[in-house]
Design a protein around this ligand. Structure first.
Ligand SMILES: *Cc1c(COP(=O)(O)O)cnc(C)c1O
Ligand SMILES: [Zn+2]
Length: 424
């Protein structure tokens, strides 16, 4: 907290001391934003200092995180995920340069680890022994895993339709799991009440201003990994809106600190059946809650808590919001796997699908460079993945029919080694 100066409400602009989670004047609507002393950080955090830092995880940006300098950190590795060129996928999407930020490679398999890792540190700082969260899956499993890593207990409220692999993952981490036979919104409300009643630390990132700060490290890493030359666009899928708000904050901060010269435009992507933030972005009106309907469970949010921060972020970046259908998401899961070798969960593939649609509609220029953040690993929701690819060929142990299958797959020609080494 060395460099934190206060918390500013996104609605009334009031600035409050760090003990609040939401604005004392606006209530639960009043999402707060952590303010930092950037001139002091700028003296400490230069390109040279960062280049010399050995720490590969997101704690390398510690000055920009709202935690005490002496707080114990989780041992699980968070951040430092690969940013890789995907030229074949770029061609398919119809843009010149595409990088994928593979955040499915975080400790528990999603970019939620960036937020949860800050959450558990804050819980310890507040001397709480139990951390709670309501989530459709990734925030939950991440919260449970990070809690283990810092010796905390976790209580998790999941909605009825949370995918089984994610629920199993948090049971493995020893969380107390309460499956609410209802919607995410109902699970969220129950969790809020329980946190107040039992004085548990509340990890819900729409409410807790510190968690968004954890998410911003994805943006900090993208800039540093590209040697401080940001792409034209960064595509992020949007549920509650915390991720895109965090990523924008990263670029804004880096510009303030003089580490980058310009900022990228943000492409916020929602699923057609769960697009209240896109609606706000286009109408300029306040949020209208909806009943979410999409297979992309991680962005199936009907009452996004952070819609305001998300809309402001996309506007400030001179970016855009776009919706994609579930069938575009399924297609994107398939071609991202086949053309880039990355297995993305539906909400993560949505960012790629959105970029493709934005390129087709001329919103993103053909000459543009872009980063798509792969927010979660596809193994977290195998049922959706199966619907994208069908099943394997089945053959008897004697191999009958194998020749026909290989001929049909154009795999029956004699095998030759590639004439030149594969590009690296
Ligand atoms: C949470 C999540 C998102 C969206 O993040 P928000 O902060 O809810 O907007 C996208 N993809 C995956 C895989 C997620 O888990
Ligand atoms: Zn306020």
């Amino acid at each position: 907290m060395e460099f934190v100066t206060g918390l500013k409400c996104v609605f009334c602009d009031g600035v409050y001391p760090p003990r609040y989670h939401t604005c004392p004047r606006c209530g639960i609507q009043g999402i707060l934003d952590v303010q930092f002393d950037y001139p002091s950080i700028a003296r400490r955090l230069t390109r040279r200092v960062l280049a010399a830092r050995r720490e590969p995880s997101h704690w390398r940006y510690r000055e920009l995180l709202p935690i005490r300098a002496d707080s114990p950190l989780p041992l699980l590795t968070v951040g430092g995920t690969p940013l890789m060129l995907a030229p074949t996928l770029a061609r398919h999407i119809g843009i010149q340069t595409l990088y994928l930020k593979d955040d499915g490679r975080n400790a528990t398999g999603s970019m939620k680890d960036r937020a949860s890792s800050v959450g558990v540190v804050k819980a310890r700082e507040a001397r709480r022994k139990i951390i709670a969260c309501a989530s459709t899956g990734n925030a939950a499993s991440s919260c449970a895993g990070m809690a283990v890593s810092l010796g905390l207990k976790s209580v998790i409220f999941v909605p009825e339709r949370a995918p089984e692999p994610k629920v199993t993952q948090l049971l493995i981490f020893g969380a107390t799991v309460l499956r609410v036979l209802g919607s995410y919104e109902q699970a969220f409300q129950l969790c809020q009440q329980a946190c107040e009643k039992w004085r548990w630390y509340n990890r819900n990132s729409g409410i807790n201003p510190y968690l968004v700060e954890g998410k911003k490290t994805a943006g900090l890493e993208i800039a540093e990994q590209l040697a401080w030359e940001v792409p034209d666009w960064v595509a992020v899928s949007v549920g509650d809106g915390c991720t895109i708000a965090g990523v924008w904050k990263a670029f804004r901060e880096l510009k303030t600190l003089g580490l980058i010269q310009r900022t990228p435009r943000l492409l916020g992507v929602q699923a057609e059946g769960a697009a209240p933030v896109t609606a706000c972005f286009h109408s300029g009106e306040p949020l209208q809650a909806i009943e979410p309907r999409t297979l992309a469970d991680s962005i199936a949010v009907g009452v996004p808590r952070n819609w305001k921060k998300a809309v402001l972020a996309v506007r400030e970046s001179r970016g855009a919001m776009i919706n994609v259908s579930d069938s575009e998401i399924i297609d994107a899961m398939r071609y991202t796997g086949r053309l880039a070798g990355i297995f993305a969960e539906p909400a993560a593939a949505a960012a790629v699908a959105g970029l493709r649609r934005a390129a087709q509609e001329g919103m993103v220029a053909r000459r543009a460079s872009a980063v798509a953040i792969i927010t979660g690993n596809g193994l977290k929701d195998v049922r959706s993945a199966k619907s994208a690819v069908g099943g394997p060929f089945e053959i008897p142990p004697d191999g009958a029919g194998l020749d026909d299958i290989l001929t049909e797959q154009e795999l029956s020609a004699p095998c030759r080694a590639p004439s030149s080494p594969a590009p690296r």
